[in-house]
Design a protein around this ligand. Structure first.
Ligand code: S3P
Length: 451
C-alpha cells in the first residue's frame, strides 16, 4: 500500500457542522501488546483491526527481528489490519539494530520482553524517542539482573543484555503502564515479579496476558493495584480483536463538541474504565455525549459514542484522573479553550516526557492561537481560561510548532475548526504514527483541513 508523501504543513479553518460516523483506527496500546504477546507465545495469534500506524508497524518489524513469523493477511471487515503472528514461545537474538521509530510504548515493552531471554539487543528510535528517558524501565530491569550500555541519562541507542533474571518487588514511582508492562513481560520469562502501582494505570497487559493463558493475581488497593506474576510461564497464541482507540476518538468527538451544529458517532470505541477519563471530564463540562450499544469483546467493554455540539463550561480536573486520560490533555485543553470559565488541569508531570514536552507545546500553541492560559509548571498545573460566554470562536491565525508530536498536531487542527482564522501545524506526517487516515476521516465529516 503506497502512502502519498505528507505535505510540509497542514491547516484547518472554520467549518460547517461535522456529521457522520468516525471509524477511528484500532487502539495503539492493545495493538502493540497483541504483536508482542503473539511473538512471545507458542503458536498462532490472529489479530483483527490492528492499528497500522507507524509506531505499531515498527513493533511488528521488531517482533520479526526477535524471531516471530509476522504476516499481514489483509484488511479487517471493520477496518484496520488482519495480521497473523506465529510465535516460537521465546525471543531469539536480532541480527541488527531494532528501530522503534517514535514509539515509547513499543521500545519499553519490547525491552522488558527481551530482558527475559539470554540475548543482546540494540534499540534505537527517532529523534524524539532518543531524547526520552529509558531509566524508568532500566531501573526495575536492572534490579532483576538485566544489564545494558546506553547514552547518558538512560537515552537510546541502548544495548540490553537479558537472561537469568531474579524476582523483583517494585513500587512504580510514576504512574506508567509502560513501566508496569515492561516489568511484567520481563518477569514472565524470568523469576516472576510483584508490581505495586499506587495509582491504577491502563491494564491491557494484565488482561491480555490472561487471554494468552498466563496466571496473574491483581488486587485493588486504595486506587492502586498489586500485581503478582509467577515466572517461567508459557503463553499460547490467541485471537485478538482490537477496539477503536479512545485516544484517537477524542479528536473527532471534541471536534463535534466545539463546532456548531455537529453530531459525530465513533462506533466500537474501547470503554476500559482506565482509558476514559476524558469522557468523564467532558461530561462534567456539560458535553452532550451518549454511549449506546455497549458490548464486550475480548474481555473489554466497547460502545458507540456520539458527541453533539455543546455549550461547555470549565471544570477542575483532579490529578488522580490523569492516568486514565494522560494522552488526552492536549485535546482537553482545546475543548477548554471553547468553554465558559476556567478549566484547571493538575498532576501533569507525565506530559513533560511524552513524544514532546506536551505541557510546553500546548501552552505555546494555545497562546499563539489567542487562548489565555495560566502556566504553573512548577506545580505541574495549567489553567485554560475559557471564553465567556461559552462557544465563542478562538482567534487562531497561528503557525504551530509540533516538534513532530502527533497529538499536538491533531489537537491544533481540531482547534482551527472553530477559530476566527486558520491554524497551521508543521510535521503533519507524524500524525500517521497513531492515526493514519486522520485527515481524510475529518474531511469526510465536513472538516476544512488542507495541505
Ligand atoms: C501507554 C502508556 C502511556 C501512554 C502511551 C501508551 C501504554 O504511557 O501515554 O501513549 O500503551 O502502555 P506511560 O506508561 O508512559 O504513562
Amino acid at each position: 500500500m503506497d502512502t502519498p508523501p505528507a505535505p510540509a504543513r497542514l491547516s484547518s479553518a472554520r467549518s460547517g457542522p461535522l456529521k457522520g460516523l468516525a471509524r477511528v483506527p484500532g487502539d495503539k496500546s492493545i495493538s502493540h501488546r497483541a504483536l508482542i504477546l503473539g511473538a512471545l507465545a507458542e503458536g498462532v495469534t490472529e489479530i483483527e483491526g490492528l492499528l497500522e500506524g507507524d509506531d505499531v508497524r515498527r513493533t511488528a518489524a521488531a517482533m520479526a527481528a526477535f524471531g516471530a513469523d509476522v504476516a499481514r493477511l489483509g484488511e479487517s471487515a471493520a477496518g484496520g489490519g488482519r495480521w497473523r503472528v506465529t510465535g516460537r514461545g521465546r525471543f531469539v537474538e536480532p541480527t541488527d539494530v531494532v528501530d522503534c521509530g517514535n514509539a515509547g510504548t513499543g521500545v519499553r515493552l519490547i525491552m522488558g520482553a527481551a530482558a527475559g531471554f539470554d540475548l543482546a539487543a540494540t534499540f534505537t528510535g527517532d529523534g524524539s524517542l532518543r531524547g526520552r528517558p529509558m531509566n524508568r524501565v532500566l531501573k526495575p530491569l536492572g534490579e532483576m539482573g538485566a544489564r545494558w550500555v546506553c547514552r547518558s541519562g538512560g537515552r537510546l541507542p541502548l544495548t540490553l543484555q537479558g537472561g537469568g533474571l531474579r524476582h523483583v518487588a517494585y513500587r512504580l514511582p510514576e504512574p506508567s503502564a509502560q513501566v508496569k508492562s515492561a516489568i511484567l513481560l520481563a518477569g514472565l520469562n524470568g523469576a516472576g515479579c510483584h508490581v505495586f502501582e499506587p495509582e491504577a494505570t491502563r491494564d491491557h497487559t494484565e488482561k491480555m496476558l490472561t487471554g494468552f493463558g498466563a496466571q496473574l493475581d491483581v488486587v485493588e488497593e486504595a486506587g492502586g493495584r498489586r500485581i503478582t506474576l509467577a515466572g517461567g510461564q508459557r503463553l499460547t497464541g490467541a485471537r485478538v480483536e482490537v477496539p477503536a482507540d479512545p485516544s484517537s476518538a477524542a479528536f473527532p468527538l471534541v471536534a463535534a463538541l466545539i463546532t456548531p451544529g455537529s453530531e459525530v458517532t465513533v462506533p466500537g470505541m474501547l470503554l476500559n474504565p482506565l482509558r476514559i477519563g476524558l469522557l468523564e471530564t467532558l461530561g462534567e463540562m456539560g458535553a452532550n455525549l451518549s454511549v449506546t450499544h455497549v458490548r464486550e469483546t475480548g474481555g473489554e467493554l466497547i460502545g458507540d459514542v456520539t458527541a453533539r455540539h455543546s455549550a461547555l463550561k470549565g471544570v477542575d480536573v483532579p490529578p488522580e484522573r490523569a492516568p486514565s486520560m494522560i494522552d488526552e490533555y492536549p485535546i482537553l485543553a482545546v475543548a477548554a479553550a471553547f468553554a465558559e470559565g476556567p478549566t484547571v488541569m493538575r498532576g501533569l508531570e507525565e506530559l513533560f516526557v511524552k513524544e514532546s514536552d506536551r505541557y510546553a507545546l500546548m501552552l505555546a500553541g494555545l497562546r499563539a492561537c489567542g487562548v489565555e492560559v495560566a502556566d504553573d509548571r512548577a506545580q505541574a498545573m495549567m489553567t485554560v481560561v475559557g471564553v465567556s460566554p461559552g462557544n465563542h470562536p478562538v482567534a487562531g491565525g497561528a503557525r504551530v510548532t509540533t516538534h513532530g508530536d502527533h497529538r499536538i498536531a491533531m489537537s491544533h487542527l481540531v482547534m482551527g475548526l472553530n477559530a476566527e482564522a486558520p491554524i497551521e501545524v508543521d510535521e503533519p506526517g507524524m500524525i500517521a504514527t497513531s492515526f493514519p487516515g486522520f485527515v481524510s476521516l475529518m474531511r469526510g465529516l465536513g472538516a476544512e483541513i488542507g495541505g
